[in-house]
Design a protein around this ligand. Structure first.
Ligand code: GDP
Length: 295
């Protein structure tokens, strides 16, 4: 994950870490290399430009040229800017309510169903709550089956209404079932399409209105780069979601989505997933991610 970006940034700092006299031309070169590295990682031009403009301002303000270790100072500036770019603080999920309802939205194939299972497992083991999973993807019978299998693996019950094509009713009935059966968190997996379309958006909006979730999580495949950011924007305009889940970070992802989403959509990344197994889920910490990027 992010190997290419990490390598490129490392090389950019080398110029300032080497022997010899540091000049403002070297600083400008380094900043240019950082910008290129970000663009190659599929960060949008605007985000990359703002980022490097800030880095340059800080570097000159803190007098990198006259510092004893200019390379280290520059690394620290870039690290702190990366943390800010990704939102600064970790933001937890809100599971208030009895039951608390968490709505999962995103495109088909983004990893919604897999994440729903992981989240249920996380809520059970780390938050000590009793989750119920709800199969709201009524168009793909395989999705219902997939959620049932995941539920069995993690010993979390899955609410289904086989044959029903009405996810709003299913979600409402599931909440009643949860109340009657001692489940205090309800996770509703929803249907996705291959691209954003009106019918899908309307359906998720209807479910949102009907179940009043305390948390709406938008799931997106990190490998899709700037498309991930554009899709996030479209979903947020309609749903005003609370957080982002970045999936498939174990794949050949370049990192652009992780770096851009926060500043473009102004919603925090809350989880990252790096693998298909039920325990391959991590709470997103901007600080730790910046550490990882900078090696
Ligand atoms: P949905 O259509 O949004 O519900 O997506 P699924 O949960 O069915 O996931 C689509 C595919 O991506 C499945 O084959 C999953 O096993 C896989 N997948 C989901 N999350 C991850 C991940 O973090 N890493 C990898 N490598 N694969 C994942």
């Amino acid at each position: 994950m992010f190997e290419n970006l990490s390598d490129r940034l490392d090389r950019a700092f080398k110029l300032l870490k080497g022997e010899g006299k540091i000049t403002d031309i070297n600083v400008a070169e380094t900043v240019k290399d950082i910008r290129k590295a970000l663009l190659d990682a599929d960060v949008s031009y605007k985000v990359a430009k703002n980022f490097t403009d800030d880095v340059k301002k800080k570097a000159l303000g803190q007098d990198v040229l006259n510092s004893v270790k200019p390379g280290q100072m520059m690394t620290k500036i870039v690290h702190d800017e990366l943390v800010q770019l990704m939102g600064g603080e970790m933001v937890d999920i809100d599971i208030k309510g009895s039951p608390a309802v968490i709505l999962i939205a995103g495109l088909q194939g983004s990893g919604k169903t897999t994440f729903s299972g992981k989240l249920a497992s996380f809520i059970k083991s780390k938050k000590g709550r009793q989750p119920l999973l709800v199969a709201g993807d009524v168009y793909r019978p395989a999705a219902i089956q997939q959620l049932k299998i995941l539920g069995e693996q993690i010993s979390v019950p899955v609410y289904t209404e086989e044959g029903s094509k009405n996810p709003v009713e299913i979600a409402k009935n599931a909440i009643k079932f949860a109340k009657d059966n001692g489940h205090n968190v309800v996770i509703v997996d929803t249907a996705g399409r291959l691209a954003v379309d009106e019918a899908m958006m309307q359906e998720v909006e209807n479910i949102k209105k009907a179940v009043n979730p305390s948390e709406i999580l938008f799931v997106v495949d990190s490998m899709t780069g700037q498309d991930a950011v554009n899709t996030a924007k479209e979903f947020n305009d309609r749903l005003n979601f609370d957080g982002v889940v970045l999936t498939k970070l174990d794949g050949d992802t370049r990192g652009g989505a992780a770096l851009s989403i926060r500043s473009v959509v102004d919603k925090p990344i809350k989880f990252v997933s790096a693998g298909e197994k039920m325990d391959a889920l991590q709470v997103f910490h901007p600080e730790r991610m910046a550490d990882r990027i900078l090696g």
